[in-house]
Design a protein around this ligand. Sequence first.
Ligand SMILES: Cc1cc2nc3c(=O)[nH]c(=O)nc-3n(C[C@H](O)[C@H](O)[C@H](O)COP(=O)(O)OP(=O)(O)OC[C@H]3O[C@@H](n4cnc5c(N)ncnc54)[C@H](O)[C@@H]3O)c2cc1C
Length: 641
Amino acid sequence: MSELSKTLDDALAVAHLPALLMALVHLTGDEGLLTAERRPVYVLLADGKDGGYPPEVQADIRDRARAAITAYLAGAPLPPQPSPAAIRKMMDWIAGVDIPSHYAPFLMDELGLGDIDTKTPDWTSPRLEAAARRLKVVVVGAGMSGLLAGIRLKQAGVDFTIIEKNADVGGTWLENVYPGCRVDNPNHMYSYSFEPNHDFPQFYSTQGVLLAYFRKVADKHDLRSRIRFSTSVEQAVFDEGAGKWRVEIQTPAGDRESLEADVLISAVGQLNRPKFPDIDGMETFEGPSFHSARWRHDVDLAGKRVAVIGTGASAYQFVPKIAPEVGQLEVFQRSPPWTFPAPTYHHDVPEGKKWLLEHVPFYGKWYRFWLFWMLTDGFYEGVKTDPTWNGPPHAVSAANDVMRELVTAAIRAQAPEDLDLLEKVIPTYPVGGKRALLDNGVWLEALKRDNVDLVTAPISKIVPQGIVTADGATHEADVIIYGTGFHASRFLWPMRIVGRGGVELHEAWDGDARAYLGMTTPGFPNLFMVYGPNTNIVVNGSIIFFSECSVRYIVGALKLMAERDLATMEVRGDVHDAFNVRVDAANALMAWGSQHVSSWYKNAKGRVSQNWPFPLVDYWNATVSPNPDDFLLTQKVKAEA
Ligand SMILES: Cc1cc2nc3c(=O)[nH]c(=O)nc-3n(C[C@H](O)[C@H](O)[C@H](O)COP(=O)(O)OP(=O)(O)OC[C@H]3O[C@@H](n4cnc5c(N)ncnc54)[C@H](O)[C@@H]3O)c2cc1C
């Protein structure tokens, strides 16, 4: 057997067969391959790799792929690309359902096939190029969203500076260095659509791998020279006379400096400012204590009595890591997270799969497409409230109840005898009420350890020796770790942003941040936000998708300013308000809007200010380009234009 056939056999053995079938259509030009017997049948929450095909169909797809890939690698030319109608049919095939037709342009864009590319700026006329050069933009933040803004602004030819408080790029993936930190979307979709990485070592990469990815992207697009590191934006004031933002920054030397910008883009994230709970006596604790997002690697946990407060996404990742090392671990839980079975959560990507991604044309695109569909809008209906649902409040619809049954069974199977533990870890709120975490068994394994205890009694205070619970028990600890999340609903905080008429943004919001499409707010001309209010997603979508849509829209707004010689663009109050009425009504009908759920998605006023309540396709459609009628536009004065 030649080296190639061995490599190919190994690769085909681990291939995602429905994606391979799509690649086969590209390689052979044979649309007749899409027969009923080759239409996959997926099982909810399973990995879908074999498409539910009987063994003979699996073998047939592999045999055909072996022949076609061998011929291609030997130099056979690719046939013409499938027609749009064929690609449309292929989408239905790989999804295993008939995808509604209004999804087609959106998914075609995501696939990167055909002529649709809505995200790369196209500012080709000489007049636009000149106007682009005159625009000055300040971007705050060099995490995933700020880098993306930089890439697109550079492609558009716009002059920009990124201000970043840290000494490096990466944001979330630079700051969260707690043990076990990793992404909980499959990596082949948690990456920019235009920067695939066929070399991700695991399906769900660890923090270090993601940081390396974002660093590499920053270098490839030569962004570092445009970033001012270790510099923070303290405030920005809109100068109405000049139609410019005066952006006040603090330099690494501690000096204040003012920058002028036509447009200010905030890319400061929703989860960048760690939040501590408000517990009596916190400051009296005599041992070390720290937040998971500021992990103290200098604190040796070996053999110590450690208390962890919180069972959210971060604690869920670091508790299994530290449990074997510490002497005693008490985990204080307010409400348990839902967990979805994900057997590959810690698995390496087999070499064969990497080989297919790298060498077989279109395999990677269709694999990403499959992930995208199955993990995002494919899930949507299951977390939507059915107003006619009259079952128990632990579900919001019949479909949601089925999901609950499935997930509950998977949790029970891990500790069938331990009824006390099951009682504590099975949520009583509906699936989708909070972001579901991925379960490969390590969480319950950790909680079942002799040196670990899950405490559900509410915390009443912290004392020098440890934590006192409402039942009067004192839980002595040497170290306290806060896995208590972020100041998510305080968007753009602690920056001071002053808009028209001297109005400060946080005063205007009064604890209830809102924006049109998550990006713009009345009274704050030429200010745009990425990952702003109501652009978070709960059920396993990737925030990168949202940021790509937002940045496309913002660059579209800049193009409008350049084309029309605009001085300012300010969203109309009625447009903004009507949008938010729709958002609120829709959020109330989602599992996370249920009155039986309390979570960081709801702000102090009880409103869901974090999440997008509609299918992803709706955000894609709404952000293709700004509608000038949604804005109050002012022209530049002639001399300036
Ligand atoms: C532990 C963790 C795990 C996550 N896992 C996932 C996941 O699996 N999937 C998913 O889709 N999302 C996940 N998220 C959400 C994640 O935040 C986004 O996916 C993404 O990283 C957001 O990128 P961003 O650039 O918008 O924000 P961030 O990554 O938060 O970057 C914001 C940047 O702005 C900078 N900044 C802030 N304020 C200022 C200022 N005043 N001046 C200068 N610079 C400033 C910060 O230093 C930072 O670099 C996770 C978040 C956390 C915390």
